[in-house]
Design a protein around this ligand. Structure first.
Ligand code: ZN
Ligand code: ZN
Length: 188
């Protein structure tokens, strides 16, 4: 049983030691989770979910952050996915496929990457449970000079209280609380 997980832990340990993992909060104590949310840059994150059965296989990846930063990375990912080699570690493969390096704990501080929500001023929402995956401020103002990030639910509540916001189908349109640029949000 244990040896089955040995390889997964090896892959995760390498990621935990060489990148800034923002979720789970204490990765070395979170061996039950094969998910890692890794800082890629200023408000840009990679959410990688390793396969427990086959840790060296292509992992499921989600890029989070402002569209202008994420779009070129997504393009690289799609272009370079054939570079993924099961004989190499997951971290080596992620670097090759994204054609970039992750900010290293040797040269950067974690605080540079764990950005708080512009509404509630916390990184993590107080409520956990099934919404834990949404607990990270992953909505980012697209205005380059602003770039504040918000929890989806915090920004939604904020926009809902403003008379200037309007709702169309499942999208709410309003203004960023910081720069007053147009910002829109789907869902509730
Ligand atoms: Zn918030
Ligand atoms: Zn803004």
């Amino acid at each position: 049983e244990l040896s089955k997980y040995q390889e997964l832990w090896q892959m995760l340990d390498e990621i935990d030691a060489n990148t800034w993992v923002l979720e789970p909060a204490n990765p070395t104590e979170a061996r039950g989770s094969a998910m890692r949310r890794i800082a890629l840059g200023n408000q840009v994150y990679l959410q990688a979910e390793l396969s427990v059965q086959n840790p060296r296989a292509v992992c499921s990846c989600r890029l989070l952050g402002p569209e202008r930063e994420v779009a070129p990375l997504r393009q690289k990912y799609n272009q370079n996915l054939h570079r993924w080699s099961p004989s190499k570690s997951t971290l080596t493969n992620l670097r090759a496929v994204l054609d970039t390096d992750f900010p290293s704990p040797e040269t950067t501080e974690k605080e540079e990457f764990s950005v708080e929500c512009g509404v509630c001023y916390a990184y993590r929402l107080a409520s956990d449970g099934p919404a834990a995956a949404e607990s990270f401020p992953d909505v980012v103002c697209e205005n380059k000079r602003c770039g504040r990030s918000f929890h989806h639910s915090c920004l939604y509540e904020w926009l809902r209280t403003l008379p200037s916001s309007r709702v169309s189908f499942d999208t709410i349109f309003g203004e960023c609380p910081y720069c007053q640029e147009a910002i829109s949000l789907q869902g509730s």
